[in-house]
Design a protein around this ligand. Structure first.
Ligand code: NAD
Length: 365
């Protein structure tokens, strides 16, 4: 099996889907690994580190590949250059991009968008949403600490006592829980809330305080559902009062397949103390805060609102190590006796493959 990895071309993308560690494992499994020079530069993996473990450099690394690994989907022109039947594994979001999904279909690519994997125990080792959300939650808190004109921890000094910053994390999924843990380690007084009731225990186990806004909206598959208008009004009314005493808000709330829920209104921001900070990790899908400008940091009535994009890329080295392990664990399901093999009876393949397969038993030598 020829595995090919090209340089990521999306603006600002520093991560890579193959690390020297996973390259070594693929070579040990009998694959020929071809990489475009510089694939790991953004994550500080040198070409030499890949060559040392058996990779070959090739400017056209993906041209003859059977299996192509990526972080973000390749450009349509690059997809057109893949051979028919190439297996493409990465964060592909084909449903969100008509040009790319058309290119994938006309090139006859067998795509495995990893974000489509079910969130089951067995899929955890392949779960790029979780591994990358962890880095995003961590970085979001560091950005907030950087922007804040205040300390996070309590300090008792000769110049007097500084009270700890009050940090509120909105949404306690994977990113939110990592944000809570990170803010806690920096010494802030941390609160979190979510609409899934089971998050109370998770927030408390990290030393955070659960902010009860009286709204519970667990949906399917362990995710949240969209709130009704009444629930939303209740949540907002209680939150508006509470935010007046908060120094830093980190937003991470999401509902699968929908724009980010709007939780922090302009009026709520106006009610916050000057010098407060909102970091909106949901900026990519529109933001949880009404004032969020994706990719920008603005100030409104003394409150700084940041909407950073692709936070995982800011921690490219560890994010890539984790992403590459997720990819390798998934690819291991496809490698059998030195060939690619598709067990469509395995729900991890059957549920992630795009476009959806109806027929079973496809095997490719
Ligand atoms: P996500 O990114 O879809 O959403 C982030 C959080 O926002 C969620 O906790 C959600 O409940 C919350 N949210 C949505 N609307 C909200 C609102 N109006 N107000 C406040 N909070 C709101 O979620 P995620 O981080 O991908 O994880 C979702 C679930 O999947 C969690 O239960 C997580 O434990 C579970 N999970 C399971 C596995 C596994 O077993 N393989 C792996 C990862 C995550």
């Amino acid at each position: 099996v020829i595995v090919g990895v090209a340089r990521e071309t999306a603006t600002g993308e520093r991560r890579v889907a193959l690390s020297p560690e996973t390259c070594k494992k693929l070579v040990a499994a009998g694959c020929a690994v071809r990489i475009q020079p510089g694939i790991g530069a953004g994550a500080y993996f040198t070409d030499a580190a890949y060559i040392d473990v058996g990779a070959q450099l090739a400017e056209d690394a993906t041209a003859a590949a059977d299996l192509v690994l990526c972080v973000q989907p390749p450009e349509p022109a690059a997809i057109a250059g893949l051979k028919h039947g190439t297996v493409l594994v990465g964060s592909l979001h084909p449903q969100a991009d008509a040009a790319r999904s058309a290119a994938l279909q006309s090139a006859g690519v067998v795509a495995f968008p990893l974000e489509r994997l079910p969130r089951t125990t067995r899929a955890q080792a392949m779960d790029v949403l979780s591994s990358q959300a962890g880095m995003a939650g961590y970085k979001a808190v560091l950005i907030a600490a950087q922007l804040a004109p205040r300390f996070f921890p309590m300090l008792t000094t000769a110049a007097g006592t500084i009270r700890p910053s009050k940090v509120l994390i909105v949404g306690a999924g994977v990113a939110g829980l990592q944000a809570i843990a990170t803010a806690k380690r920096l010494g802030a007084a941390v609160e979190g809330f979510d609409v899934r009731p089971e998050t109370r225990e998770q927030i408390e186990s990290l030393g955070g305080k659960f902010l009860d806004l009286g709204v519970s909206a667990a949906g399917e598959g362990g995710y949240a559902r969209q709130l009704t208008d009444e629930e939303r009004a209740l949540q907002q009314q209680r939150l508006a009062d509470h935010l007046k005493g908060i120094d830093v808000v980190v937003c991470t709330a999401a509902v699968p397949g929908r724009p980010a829920p709007k939780i922090i209104t302009e009026a709520m921001v106006a009610g916050m103390k000057p010098g407060s900070v909102v970091v909106d990790l949901a900026a990519e899908t529109g933001g949880n805060c009404a004032l969020t400008q994706p990719g920008q940091t603005i100030e409104s009535a003394g409150v700084t609102v940041a909407g950073p994009l692709n936070l995982a890329s800011m921690g490219a080295q560890h994010a890539s190590e984790m992403y590459a392990r997720n990819v390798f664990n998934f690819v291991s399901l496809l490698l059998k006796d030195g060939a690619l093999h598709f067990d469509w009876g395995d729900e991890l393949l059957a549920r992630s493959v795009w476009p959806e397969r109806v027929e079973a038993g496809v095997t490719k030598a």
